[in-house]
Design a protein around this ligand. Structure first.
Ligand code: FAD
Length: 437
């Protein structure tokens, strides 16, 4: 991309994002790899069934698909161990009624139960119920026994061999069912109830045609669509592109057993589809704007892992990151979205569709892919929540930010940042005629 070209629907050029990424990538890497707070993620990886179809036949049996969860509580920071959490909660353990949750101050220490200086991330988080303003289905962080801790560093996102109809069904569902195209196909199907014999076949043909068309157009988010729909499409396509970049970058040569970047993989999945790479840049703009918007919140956030010196270091680094990302120019302007009175209800539709994407992650038949899929969808969902539901100038009325959301947000930015750097290395190699970056 020409560095001076502006990224569609964002407020900056490719060159500006490249510079910003160069400046922040090692800081971001140190936050996601060297701090306990951001390298452990708790999620419900195994206990949720796909709510849309039976996925029994599309499970990935490769060893690369597996995830090492943390079996022993000794291996996670003491603050998050069930034993410690139950001590903190004492006789009050249990899920408080929804009303109590709403009344409790969310961003301050739970006075009386914990004492001064103990922050939100130090306590068991009750809010595993969906808040109306959430863009994702929460990952049960606070429900003892419902989730697993996973080290993100020990389970890197890379090639797993998960492929075929199972993987395609998930991507297809995300694009077709959740990208504002569904009404068109459904409408047609409804109309087909009134058509003579052969009509259903025609509908099915049309559906296939639509599917092919959506593939042909993939990443070209329909310029005549409204901004909000384009943004939705770009987010999904950019996430897909980032996942593809990582699997091409850390690819397993099944003949030699070696892991290395795979040029052919990159060429086919990304280089020949520049709009997919453009969507990754767009996602960088969206997620980093969300982190910038949290700057004030992060200044008073208590990072809590039972290692005070590490917690201070974590906070210093995160604040530095938020400060750099907050520098002008504003990378993405969320204020222009959902403004058109004609599109009343669009925001709710947008949010519901994004929640569906988050539900679809339970249909991914590869544990490792599901882990990173869930984390990134949660990261984008958190970015959307911060952009559209969060007011920097207010304190008490803002929606709560769970630890899992913050971890997902920063790690998602880390993933996109790494994808942009990997894509750059691939491009340089292609330009210079090398067969490896
Ligand atoms: P796919 O990547 O499956 O794409 C399907 C179709 O979508 C393509 O034919 C194309 O028409 C369209 N498409 C592709 N990319 C884009 C884009 N960026 N924008 C718009 N449209 C696009 N595999 C791993 O090895 N490691 C992982 O960590 C991993 N994580 C995954 C996470 C999720 C949530 C899912 C659903 C799958 C994951 N997979 C992972 C599988 C991987 O994404 C591919 O599905 C698989 O490698 C097969 O690739 P494919 O070339 O057939 O096309």
């Amino acid at each position: 991309f020409d560095p001076s070209t502006m990224i569609s629907d964002a407020c900056v050029s490719y060159g500006t994002i490249n510079k910003l990424n160069d400046e922040t990538s090692s800081l971001l890497h140190s936050i996601t790899h060297d701090t306990d707070f951001f390298s452990y993620y708790r999620l419900n990886l195994f206990n949720k069934e796909c709510p849309f179809w039976s996925d029994a036949n599309s499970m990935c049996g490769n060893i690369a698909c597996s995830v090492n969860t943390i079996e022993s509580e000794e291996d996670i920071p003491p603050t998050w161990r069930a034993e410690e959490l139950s001590k903190l909660e004492g006789p009050k353990a249990g899920h408080p009624p929804r009303k109590v949750q709403e009344e409790r101050p969310r961003e301050r220490p739970l006075q009386g139960m914990l004492g001064e200086g103990v922050g939100e991330s130090c306590v068991v988080e009750y809010d595993d119920e969906c808040d109306d303003r959430d863009y994702c289905i929460p990952e049960d962080e606070g429900s003892a026994g419902k989730g697993d801790y996973v080290s993100l560093v020990d389970n890197p996102e890379r090639f797993t061999g998960y492929t075929g109809p199972g993987a395609h069904q998930v991507w297809d569902s995300i694009y077709r069912e959740n990208c504002f195209m569904k009404p068109m196909a459904d409408e047609l199907e409804e109309q087909s109830l009134n058509v003579p014999v052969g009509g259903l076949q025609a509908v099915s043909d049309f559906r296939n045609m639509l599917q092919k068309e959506s593939k042909r157009l993939d990443g070209l988010p329909l310029d005549n669509e409204c901004l909000e729909k384009r943004v939705f499409h770009r987010l999904i396509s950019g996430m897909h592109a980032s996942i593809s970049t990582h699997l091409c970058w850390d690819y397993l040569n099944q003949t030699t057993g070696q892991w290395h970047p795979n040029m052919q993989c990159f060429k086919e999945r990304l280089h020949e589809h520049p709009e997919r790479i453009s969507n990754m840049y767009f996602n960088y703009a969206v997620v980093s704007r969300a982190v910038a918007k949290l700057r004030k919140h992060l200044q008073s956030y208590t990072f809590c892992t039972s290692d005070p010196s590490q917690d201070i270091e974590t906070k210093t680094r995160v604040n530095k990151l938020a400060e750099i990302l907050s520098r002008p120019p504003k990378i993405f302007d969320e204020e222009i979205m959902f403004q058109d009175p004609i599109s009343h209800g669009l925001k709710e539709d947008f949010r519901n569709r994004f929640r569906n994407v988050s539900r679809l992650m339970d249909c991914v038949g590869c544990d490792k892919c599901r882990l990173w899929g869930k984390l990134q969808v949660n990261g984008y969902g958190t970015a959307l929540k911060v952009l559209f539901e969060y007011d920097e100038t207010k304190n008490g009325e803002n929606p709560p930010l769970r630890r899992t959301e913050l971890v997902a947000l920063i790690n998602t930015l880390g993933r996109i940042s790494h994808s942009l750097a990997a894509a750059h290395s691939f491009h340089e190699a292609i330009k210079e005629g090398r067969d490896t970056p």
